[in-house]
Design a binder for this molecule. Sequence first.
Ligand code: HEC
Length: 483
Amino acid sequence: MPLDPASAAPLLPTAYPVQDYDPLMKGMVIGGIGILHVFLASFAIGGGFLLWWFEWLGQTGREPLARRFIDSVFRALIFVSFIVGALTGVGMWLTAIQISSPTIGLMVDVFHWVWATEWLFFWLEVVAGYAFFRYGDRLDGRTRLRLLTIYSIAGFGSLFWINGILSWQLTPGEWVETGSVWAGFFNPTFWPSLLFRTVVCFTLAALGGTIVLNLVGGFTREERERLLHRISPFFLPMLAMPFLGAWYLAAMPEDSRDWILGGSMVINMFFNIAVGASALIGGYGVIALWRQRNFMNGATATLLAALAVGATGAGEFIREGVRKPYTVRETLFSTAVTPAQVATLRETGILATDPYPLRDPEAYPTDQLREGRLVYRNLCSICHTVHGAMALNALMGEWSIEQKRLMVAKLQWTGGYMPPFAGSAGELESLVQYIAWEHAKRPKEWRESRDPEVIEEIERMLEEATTLPSPAAQKAAAGEESR
Ligand code: HEC
């Protein structure tokens, strides 16, 4: 049954308690684990295909050295990254639940059966992988190849299913209107994202294989060269990367694309890092190894692998970055408030939905400061900290109190990566007072500021900002002026 997107996210940010990782911002915690996970899991998937390829070369007599390579540490390396990949996958769930339970809740709601299917594939991967790694030596050739076929296909299958859910977050497509699970799954960035990730899997496997080949003993220089040339086809898919990248960009929402191509300095910088690193890896892999049959030594391969870590990290950062201010575009802001809820929350206040106390209420001299801290926790802490990463103290501490009010009231107008403020005017004042108090190094005394004139002024600013996200807010405001 299709799910109505509007009712799919009735949860508010505080439906579950939130976890603080100060001085790291929450987004960074999940991003960090995510990057590690993607890297290891991609390597394990591509490595499965590389193992299959070598097993086949060996069994068909095309490459007598193949079996020795498989039985070297390469097999163990794939296994270890597969295990750590799975563990960090569980880590993703744990942090996602603590950081934004409404987001992960929506993902589970919408894609219940897709997750279940992904889980079955994962299971198959575990069983086939374990059987091969544990009993491979004792099995006959056909069974070995069969296990590797199952392992590779199951690994790719889990990528296939998870890719639909991840790409849906950036481009939910027609799901937003129809609520159709398949429209959400096969969304506009599904294919470019899947193919792109597949290329990454193959490249990482090729790099890993090259490093291992250089490190393990027992091969002569000539043998190494021969095996390297056998690995080199795994670099070839990289030739498609520029096209897949362009396709991916074209399928993205316009504002996301603009950020990547220069609109956001940070995201653009990561984009350039990813492109530059990929060009180096692909250029070296394809030209040197495959075309010219050059040798790649361990140092070069390790350097290229380090670049690959950078490129994978940058790629994931970009994907998360361009989705701002949403965790699911058009549907759920990063603060786990839905666009439709903003107008209501401006009336009722966000704190009416938050039953959880502060950890250290006695540290704050007034109720207003306690309230401000809670507003920060609900509406800012997913992307900012107070004194650590993306520190509000550094970003706005110096500003005058009026500037602070105006900026927070028009939050979505600042570059478009923040959602509209989803609280009442009184809460906004509490937040601004709280940040000023933190900037003043938490003095023991602080005056409460509940001047009705100030609150009225903030209400006017909030109205001017509208409850819409950017850029709709700016358009609506401009339309009002020209009328
Ligand atoms: C979805 C993530 C997100 C949320 C939620 C968010 N911000 Fe931001 N904010 C950002 C990003 C990204 C930047 C850009 C940082 C930079 O330029 O270094 C930013 C920048 C800022 C800046 C600096 C703006 C400038 O132009 O100098 C301030 C001030 C700020 N945020 C305050 C807040 C406050 C207060 C809240 C909570 C009411 C909040 N933000 C909620 C992501 C977010």
